[in-house]
Design a protein around this ligand. Structure first.
Ligand SMILES: NC(=O)c1ccc[n+]([C@@H]2O[C@H](COP(=O)([O-])OP(=O)(O)OC[C@H]3O[C@@H](n4cnc5c(N)ncnc54)[C@H](O)[C@@H]3O)[C@@H](O)[C@H]2O)c1
Length: 287
């Protein structure tokens, strides 16, 4: 796993440069939902004219995607493999990391993964590691809806004493999670803790909210040592992520207030931007 790609290196100079299309790169987006479509639109609007892009999504409308985004859509992995992608970009959910992504890595195709929360499973991390060995391929894990993870990762060199993550969302944003039922979400009128525990426990109980905590755990001190608090907070109208880390290096505080993607209020726009950033770095050979 390419842990350096969790880093959040600024690339503003590189992204403002007009680049010739990298004809060797053939990009396949796994999952053509809100994030996948956003990523394709941004790539189409970017400096890489003629970039080969395809999609894999058995549930999406092939004709609509071809007409709207100019993307060939495949419904199964064998057909996508015949298209010969050089990199697959997962925007589909945890199950796709276990299935499609692992198979692509085994078959020698690099992968960029948005559903970082899937990596809270020790078994899956081992499987993906082995798949990279077998295929001679590389997995890139993006920072997604959080940032500043380069500093957290660097701080490990001094030994980190503690990492605390606090996530706040408006109460209704927790609908469809275990908090929905345990709490009367509509009646919450002050910041309320709905979960407190390790990143490992939070990934088990709140798998759909595990992407950020997983990215923090991977960059920092792991799933068992990272402390997670999740709050239903009527005083916020965005998804707010805070990370506090302490150690001999000093203290690190990160706070992000994320706007949602217009097409999916549960997905932060920054998460799509993070995927785009990872693709651009690959195309521009910028680290
Ligand atoms: N790292 C982060 O911070 C972060 C933040 C938000 C979302 N995410 C991840 O990104 C994923 C995509 O987000 P979204 O807003 O586009 O979700 P979405 O629900 O709008 O779209 C998901 C798409 O994936 C497709 N899909 C499902 N299973 C598939 C499979 N096995 N193979 C191919 N396609 C499949 C669905 O048909 C759908 O079109 C989320 O599931 C989440 O895990 C990560």
């Amino acid at each position: 796993m390419n842990s350096s790609t969790v880093l959040d290196v600024a690339h503003s100079e590189a992204s403002s440069t007009v680049i010739s299309a990298s004809s060797q790169q053939r990009i396949a987006i796994i999952g053509m939902g809100a994030m996948g479509r956003r990523v394709v639109s941004s790539l189409r609007a970017g400096p890489f004219n003629g970039l080969a892009i395809a999609g894999l999504d058995p549930y999406a409308d092939a004709q609509a995607l071809k007409a709207g985004l100019g993307v060939d859509l495949f419904a199964n992995l064998d057909d996508l493999m015949a298209w010969k992608p050089t990199v697959v970009v997962e925007c589909a959910g945890h199950a796709a990391v276990e299935g499609v992504v692992a198979q692509c890595l085994e078959r020698g195709v690099d992968a960029i993964v948005a559903s970082v929360g899937a990596l809270s499973s020790d078994e899956l991390r081992t499987r993906l590691h082995d798949a990279q060995e077998v295929g001679g391929s590389e997995l890139t894990v993006v920072s997604g809806a959080i940032g500043g993870l380069d500093a957290l990762s660097a701080a490990r060199g001094s030994g980190i004493e503690s990492v605390k993550y606090i996530g706040r969302k408006p109460p209704r944003a927790w609908s469809g999670t275990p908090a929905d039922g345990e709490f009367d979400l509509d009646a919450i009128d002050k910041p309320t803790v709905i979960f407190e525990g390790t990143a490992a426990e939070s990934a088990r109980q709140y798998p759909k909210n595990a992407n950020v905590t997983a990215a923090v755990a991977i960059a920092g001190i792991g799933f068992e040592k990272t402390h997670v608090t999740m709050m239903a907070d009527p005083t916020v109208n965005k998804n707010v992520h805070e990370v506090e880390a302490k150690g001999p290096f000093g203290q690190l505080n990160i706070r992000l207030e994320n706007n949602p993607l217009p097409d999916n209020p549960k997905t932060s726009w920054l998460a799509a931007l993070s995927i785009e950033d990872a693709i651009l770095r690959r195309l521009q050979h910028v680290i």
